[in-house]
Design a protein around this ligand. Structure first.
Ligand SMILES: Nc1nc2c(c(=O)[nH]1)N[C@H]1C(S)=C(S)[C@@H](COP(=O)(O)O)O[C@H]1N2
Ligand SMILES: [Mo]
Length: 356
């Protein structure tokens, strides 16, 4: 891989109303509340989660290798991938650490508030197409994706790349993509240009950015981001983080915002990695749960819009709680189980705003 070209980092010019910076280096930012009102998050407002600095990749010479327990090793440029059959999937991606700052006691890790979730349309080649071309051996159990970024994670001794494995059946899901485009345009560098994995329904860590190697494994992968991070760890209990838990987010009125008294429409999004959202309920100022109206589903792996009109005549601070429910019968708990790294917080949280 050549390392000649400087990445064109665009985060310097992200206006404040699109991204809220959580860490400058490596760059981590959540979507600003106003950017989450739209069904598709604009490319420049989609949250960004980087464990290491953005790698320097020349998109012309970058290769994506498919190797390991395969009949024949393959190597593709991004241009080669663009020649293969393309598919577009609209996906809500949430960082497993989203909502960590609502957990008590506060776990270690990036202090994400509630905006490490966004929705985009991704276009690329189904991963299964590449696996079929390479020809998987019968004893393959997982598919490992490795990014071109590397570094020494806090707590580790040695430099290592970002790498995550998927069970074979998930890797073969036709909606799992090696994506080249985001919202119809080339993927921005921070989001994994020229090619990244998109794993609908799973927390973001599975969607490996800047993918450079796809390897068929005959033994489960045990690397840093599979066994030391992105695991629900509590005492001696350790379970890998995978499917997104059912969750909801009020986006209007905005947290801390103001609205005139009278009729107020409470709106937001609900999503779940396991199954479609079939219900959202809201509770205003600790009152009884009321069912919201749901919009038509955007896409199977995208968030679903909810609205509820209420009468708010009392000036002052008001609090709204939202609770989603999916077709698998899952709903949000009052408090999500605490875990050492603060992942998967889908507990019911109040959103506060002011009536004038
Ligand atoms: N190569 C690489 N891929 C990665 C990461 C990373 O640090 N390096 N972070 C993961 C995590 S934790 C998340 S939540 C998503 C975020 O994708 P985004 O920055 O495009 O929103 O990328 C995932 N893919
Ligand atoms: Mo993440």
């Amino acid at each position: 891989m050549s390392e000649t070209r400087e990445p064109e980092l665009t985060h310097d010019v992200h206006p404040d109303d699109k991204l809220v910076v959580v860490k400058e280096s490596p760059f981590n930012a959540e979507s600003a509340a106003p950017a989450l009102v739209a069904p598709l998050t604009p490319r420049e407002a989609h949250y960004i989660r980087c464990n290491f600095d953005v790698p320097r990749i020349d998109p012309e010479t970058h290769r994506i290798r498919v190797e390991g327990a395969v009949a024949g090793t393959l190597s593709f440029s991004a241009a080669d991938l663009a020649e293969l059959p393309q598919r577009s999937v609209t996906v809500t991606l949430e960082c497993a650490g989203n909502g960590r700052t609502d957990m008590a006691p506060l776990p270690a890790g990036e202090p994400w508030s509630r905006g490490a979730v966004s929705t985009a349309s991704w276009t690329g080649v189904p991963l299964g197409v590449l696996l079929d071309r390479a020809g998987l051996r019968d004893d393959v159990v997982e598919i490992l994706a490795t990014g071109a970024d590397r570094g020494i994670p806090s707590g580790a001794d040695d430099e290592l790349p970002f790498a995550r494995a998927l069970p074979l059946d998930k890797a073969r899901d036709p909606n799992v993509l090696v994506a080249l485009e985001m919202n119809g345009l080339p993927i921005p560098v921070e989001h994994g240009a020229p090619a990244r994995l998109i794993v609908p329904g799973w927390y973001g860590m599975a969607s490996v950015k800047w993918v450079s190697r796809i390897a068929a494994l005959t033994e489960p992968f045990n690397g840093w981001f599979q066994s030391k991070r992105y695991v629900y760890e509590r005492g001696s209990d350790r379970r890998p983080v995978d499917v997104m838990r059912v969750k909801s987010l009020l986006v209007a009125p905005e947290t801390g915002g103001t609205v005139p008294r009278g009729r107020v429409t409470l709106s937001g999004w609900a999503w779940s990695g396991a199954a479609p959202i079939i219900g959202v309920e809201l509770s205003v100022d600790g009152g009884e749960w009321m069912p919201a109206t749901l919009d038509a589903t955007l896409a199977p792996h995208a968030w679903r819009r909810f609205d509820l009109e209420v009468e708010l005549d009392e000036p002052g601070r008001h609090s709204v709680r939202t609770r989603g429910r999916d077709a698998a019968g899952r709903t949000q708990p009052d408090v999500a189980p605490w875990n050492h790294h603060g992942y998967g917080n889908n507990g019911i949280v109040p959103t506060l705003f002011y009536v004038l």
